[in-house]
Design a protein around this ligand. Structure first.
Ligand code: PHE
Length: 340
């Protein structure tokens, strides 16, 4: 019996060692340790032995069973590990494969100027106010002293959703929204898209971008307005830039001015960019019409206001020498990546 035990054990251990697959390991398990396995059958014969032999042979059998069991588990683990290693190796991604170089985008020229101006004014204590693209007739026109039948409406015709709701023609609507909710002193800027019924050409677009400046306080004069605009123009186009103010008309400012800057290309001598005038038109501005202050419940006998609105698209065109406004909206990567 002991001879048989050794034979079964050696045989089993060898088969386990040689097993090439997990199923072979399980087959040895069934064949040897299973209910009717070789060793199990042999163990059942234990009861036929003499009583004094039983403990010793029994202990030997248990040891053989444990050895085989351990060997089975060891081999099972080895084979599972091998299979896992193979799976990992076969599914490995070669991260060293060269990829196409990543193209970094650039900020759109309008966005660049917008950000620079926001930084400039925020540093001087101005608040940035959000406006809405869809505005009402009241905030765009009426509160700004442009009644329904006023001819100034024609200059800024817009897109109507219905008689009351429109796409805003200018960021000046945000002036009103701010003054309605805040008493002076007010120092605010507001920026965003504006909409007008304009034919598209090299210098016009039905959608463009504005930047609005409003200050309301006691004792403000045209001198303050000039100082703010001079600082702004020098910041954008260089220290040597001068400004010129010409009388103009806006229903919401009185007096109103059109502001020109000396041409940043020729310094005022005259060139093709400024059409030999030495100046380029920049923006509209003025002292807030007392009627507008009153419309917003601000005491016009105590407070005065100054305001300006400029086109960011135009600023970008002047700064970068862009001659056709449409290029700003074409989304041509090769065009845009020039403005770093
Ligand atoms: N809102 C005017 C326009 O769109 C510009 C402007 C703003 C003029 C503020 C004066 C004061 O043309």
């Amino acid at each position: 019996m002991q001879e048989k035990l050794r034979e079964i054990t050696e045989n089993a251990l060898k088969k386990i060692k040689d097993a090439k697959s997990i199923n072979e390991v399980y087959a040895v398990n069934t064949a040897v340790l299973g209910k009717n396995g070789e060793l199990s059958l042999l163990m059942r014969g234990l009861r036929d032995l003499r009583a004094e032999e039983r403990p010793q042979v029994g202990a030997l059998m248990n040891k053989c069973r444990d050895d085989i069991n351990n060997a089975l588990h060891l081999r099972e683990k080895e084979l599972l590990d091998e299979a896992l290693d193979e799976k990992i190796a076969s599914e490995k991604i070669d991260v060293t494969t060269p990829v196409k170089p990543f193209q970094y985008g650039t900020k759109h020229p309008i966005e660049q100027i917008q950000q620079e101006l926001i930084d400039y004014f925020v540093a001087q204590g101005f608040e940035v106010k959000d406006g809405t693209d869809v505005e009402t007739d009241y905030y765009c026109f009426e509160a700004l002293n442009i009644p329904k039948d006023h001819p100034a409406r024609d200059a800024q015709d817009t897109f109507y959703f219905d008689p009351e709701r429109i796409l805003r023609v200018h960021t000046s609507a945000t002036q009103v929204r701010t003054m309605e909710t805040q008493q002076p002193p007010i120092k605010m800027i507001s920026t965003g898209k504006v909409y007008r019924v304009d034919e598209i050409d090299a210098t016009h677009s039905p959608i463009f971008h504005q930047f609005e400046i409003l200050v309301v306080d006691e004792h403000l004069t045209m001198g303050d307005l000039k100082g703010i605009l001079e600082g702004l123009v020098k910041y954008l186009f260089g220290e040597k830039t001068q400004i010129r103010m010409r009388p103009s008309f806006f229903p919401f400012t009185e007096p109103s001015v059109e502001v020109d800057a000396t041409c940043p290309y020729c310094g005022g001598k005259g060139c093709s960019i400024c059409k030999n005038s030495g100046f380029i038109e920049l923006l509209g501005a003025g002292m807030v019409n007392p009627k507008v202050l009153e419309n917003c419940n601000i005491d016009s006998s105590k407070y005065t206001g100054l305001a300006a609105g400029l086109g960011l698209d135009r600023m970008a065109m002047i700064r970068y020498g862009i001659t056709d406004i449409r290029e700003l909206y074409d989304n041509d990567i090769n065009f845009l990546k020039q403005f770093k």
